[in-house]
Design a protein. Structure first.
Length: 278
């Protein structure tokens, strides 16, 4: 247990951490870092309109939009919207040097785009997802040629504060990653929404249908999380031959059912990601 706690700790970060953008995802990462014992005084937040919850962290020592020179950081985490990247990044050059690890969670912004602004730094492009807000996210990351083992370790620790982290060596995979896990929570929420609507159509009171759908989707997700069995096996465990579940799955698993629709949906999201990246 002590070893795991030490591995999860961020107490040994070698300098200042600058977070640019403290919205939902940036704020979730910030909370995760503090939970992993990153000293608040080592954190600088740059955000023109930080949320109230982030402002409150100033009492713990987090520096919010400090005046004066900050200097080069050990890590620079960029969590602004990708649409404002071209305007926001030039001003961040002062924080990055040869020993800085730059971590971007901006969707669609490539390593080559980031390297133009931070040519001397190890640069990591990452794609988290919204369950990071409760510490159950999944992030996929890829580093540039300057991302040596020590830089990767630091980036992994920072990204891992909100959930699991996976690394890929081929940046071209990031558009598909975005389509599956980055956009994926919306697909799950749509499933719950559709189940509730179907329950209402079947005669259930709307409030009951919504609660049944919500609890079923969230509970099944937790079961999938805890179980060592595959999703397919868990599905089969619920399905009795000739039963009600089998009747429903006959529709959902038809030739024009969920699987081909999901394939088309992920392909559409992947294409859009490539378009946004230019």
């Amino acid at each position: 247990m002590a070893k795991a706690a030490k591995e999860n700790s961020l107490t040994s970060i070698p300098g200042t951490l600058v977070l640019v953008g403290a919205g939902k995802m940036g704020g979730a990462m910030l909370e995760g870092w503090l939970a992993r014992k990153l000293p608040p005084k080592k954190i600088v937040v740059i955000d023109p309109q930080p949320p109230r919850s982030v402002k409150a962290l100033a009492k713990r020592g987090v520096r919010i939009n400090p005046k004066g020179k900050i200097g080069q950081a050990a890590a620079l985490v960029i969590a602004v919207k990708p649409q404002v990247a071209s305007d926001a990044l030039p001003a961040l050059a002062e924080f990055a040097g040869r020993n800085t690890v730059v971590v971007s969670i901006m969707a669609g912004r490539t390593l080559s785009f980031l390297e133009k602004h931070f040519p001397q730094s190890a640069v990591v492009r990452a794609m988290p997802n919204t369950p990071a807000a409760i510490g159950r996210g999944i992030t996929v990351a890829v580093g540039n040629g300057r991302t040596k083992p020590s830089a990767k370790k630091l980036a992994h620790g920072l990204l891992g504060a909100t959930g699991a982290v996976e690394w890929v060596s081929d940046e071209a995979l990031m558009d598909a990653v975005t389509a599956v896990s980055g956009s994926g929570p919306a697909y799950v929420f749509l499933l719950a929404e559709a189940m509730a609507q179907a329950g209402t159509a079947a005669g259930l009171p709307p409030a009951l249908a919504e609660k049944l759908a919500r609890e079923t989707v969230s509970g099944s997700g937790e079961l999938l999380h805890r179980s060592s069995e595959t999703a397919a096996t868990l599905r089969q465990n619920v399905t009795s031959p000739g039963g009600t579940t089998a009747a429903a799955l006959g529709v959902l698993m038809a030739e024009n059912g969920v699987a081909p629709l999901m394939t088309k949906a992920v392909a559409a999201a992947t294409r859009r990601g490539r378009e946004l990246a230019g």
